[in-house]
Design a protein around this ligand. Structure first.
Ligand SMILES: [Mg+2]
Length: 241
């Protein structure tokens, strides 16, 4: 028997905020006369490809953003965009992307269920603190987590480093063994948290895991509890009481 869970930490993008849907809706709105399915598919593919080139050090953030905007425009029959044209398009895209920031439908009910159990909450996110707080406020979650929003850019350390999880536990005044962290990245979130002594839970929204099914998922092949919805968290917490 382990320690009871007293607090729950959440990742933000892909866990609470539906970033992918916001991104493809913004792109299709920016090209209203184009085939929406084509824009959705290509914007996702181009984003993955250009972000990978940035991660590999080949492009800067600005270059990867301009690059995928210019590439998509070219495929939609508007070749030869310069940087200024791309920047103007990206400004409009950014406004629409923010307007589509939405919590997944299981977020509100999960906070209610977990709050009814007397749990405290926090966020551990790799990103810019101000930008991530703006997202949390927009989706109505900031009031639940205001005392504990740990952003890598402010903490000086990023997931999956154990130090960022330790900082969150310290902020909550809890030992790692009493804290559960849930996120959509198996290694960055779930295994990282587990290595820091927390209960790390993988949120596999697409149900791609090879584990032994959903439910509490304990004993699944991924080595950490796996859930396909935040609605499963309360049962995981109850199993530890
Ligand atoms: Mg995430």
């Amino acid at each position: 028997m382990g320690t009871s869970i007293a607090a729950v930490l959440f990742d933000l993008d892909g866990t609470l905020l539906d970033h992918d849907t916001a991104a493809v809706r913004a792109a299709t709105e920016c090209w209203p006369d184009a085939d929406a399915a084509f824009v959705e598919r290509r914007w996702t593919e181009l984003t993955d490809a250009f972000v990978l080139r940035m991660v590999q050090g080949e492009l800067t953030q600005t270059e990867q953003r301009r690059g995928r905007a210019i590439a998509l425009a070219g495929e939609l029959g508007h070749p030869g965009w310069d940087d200024a044209t791309a920047d103007a398009w990206l400004a409009g895209y950014r406004v629409r992307y923010k307007a589509h920031w939405t919590a997944y439908p299981d977020v509100g009910p999960a906070f209610e269920e977990l709050a009814a159990r007397g749990l405290r909450f926090g966020i551990v996110t790799n990103g810019d603190g101000a930008a991530q707080r703006a997202k949390l406020e927009h989706i109505g979650v900031l009031s639940h987590v205001a005392d504990c929003v740990i952003a890598s850019q402010e903490a000086g350390v990023a997931k999956p480093d154990a130090a960022i999880f330790a900082a969150a536990c310290a902020r909550l005044g809890q030992a790692p063994g009493a804290v559960l962290h849930v996120g959509d990245r198996l290694d960055t979130d779930a295994r990282g948290a587990a290595a820091a002594g927390l209960t790390g839970v993988w949120l596999d929204r697409a149900d791609t895991g090879t584990g032994s099914g959903t439910g509490t998922g304990i004993g699944s092949a991924v080595g950490v509890p796996r859930v396909v919805s935040l609605a499963e968290l309360a049962a995981l917490v109850d199993a530890r009481r």
